[in-house]
Design a binder for this molecule. Structure first.
Ligand code: PAF
Length: 295
């Protein structure tokens, strides 16, 4: 595995692969890699000849009171994991390589509507930071395919929209959420949880599956389901930011054209903000598959 921290040698190396007809898959990460990230890497490996992983804790997507400084940085362990997975190229730039003129005057990529609500309204500017850095990374790596986790379902939807709107010639592939045995979605931020909060954390996933099962059984009063779920989370010890039943394609309210429902939640346990989601196809043929293990 070759590690690059500067754009020019990375681009030269990737150019050689491209000229010899190799297809490049890209997995952008912020490091502190867990099984969920490694699932993305494995998917990338299945799809292309060359796998490029980036590790960059992007300051532009953190709010002023968020955990940028505390965000776990575990480069040596991450490198070992990527090496074992057969990754050929690691790109690990410093902040100055990505934002050579600082972040104040940086051009911003903004995806309206999709990026302005749910996590976008709780974390103002967050998705602008994500889409801006992902655009930069796409331009640097120029992958054929880029792989993202479905755990960050809103992020995945926003990246798909950005790529379509800006005619970026990149296929975006989503990978199913990786979970601990008790259902908790794997996340670098799970490491912040106290033992007591770790015990409570799987309630988030259980509340999502209960809601999905109620809808699958025909219960269609979504406002009631959402408020019941929020109450349930509060009783368990969470402070919910949102619990919303939406159209999985548009992330807007469910309507007659909805083919798939996404139930999305963000909730705090102490200072740790957890997000998760689950989906339910309204197409009877694929319902069984979704209920049997969808996300
Ligand atoms: O999902 C993440 O880890 C980050 O938001 C990403 C896509 C690497 C951009 O910094």
């Amino acid at each position: 595995m070759r590690t690059y921290s500067h754009n020019a040698p990375l681009k030269a190396a990737l150019g050689k692969f491209r000229r010899s007809g190799k297809r490049i898959a890209f997995v952008p990460t912020m490091g502190n890699l867990h099984e969920g990230h490694l699932d993305l890497v494995r998917k990338a490996r299945d799809l292309c000849d060359i796998v490029v992983v980036s590790i960059f804790v992007n300051p532009l997507q953190f709010g002023p009171d968020e955990d940028l400084d505390a965000y776990p940085r575990t480069m040596a362990a991450d490198k070992e994991k990527l090496f074992k997975e057969g990754v050929q190229v690691l790109y690990a730039p410093e902040v100055g390589e990505i934002y050579p003129e600082g972040m104040a005057g940086q051009s911003i990529v903004h995806v309206p509507q999709l990026g302005d609500e749910l996590c976008g309204s709780d974390r103002p500017g967050h998705f602008d930071g994500v889409t801006t850095v992902v655009s930069k990374l796409f331009n640097i790596v120029q992958p054929d395919v880029a792989v993202f986790g479905e755990k960050d379902f809103q992020q995945l939807s926003i990246v798909r929209k950005m790529v379509a709107d800006l005619c970026m010639p990149i296929e975006i592939v989503g990978v199913r959420t990786s979970r601990d045995e008790d259902g908790l979605a794997r996340s670098s931020r799970n490491g912040y949880l106290s033992l007591e909060h770790r015990r409570i954390a799987p309630v988030l996933h259980r509340t999502l599956t209960d809601c999905r099962d109620a809808i699958a059984c025909g219960f269609d009063n979504f406002l009631q389901l959402e408020s019941h779920a929020r109450m349930h989370l509060i009783e368990a010890g969470f402070e919910p930011d949102y619990f919303e039943i939406r159209d999985a394609r548009t992330l807007q309210a469910v309507n007659d054209a909805t083919e798939e429902i996404a139930i999305l939640a963000a909730a705090r346990l102490g200072a740790t903000r957890l997000i998760d989601n689950i989906r339910l196809s309204l197409n009877p043929i694929s319902d069984w598959g979704m209920l049997a293990g969808g996300n």
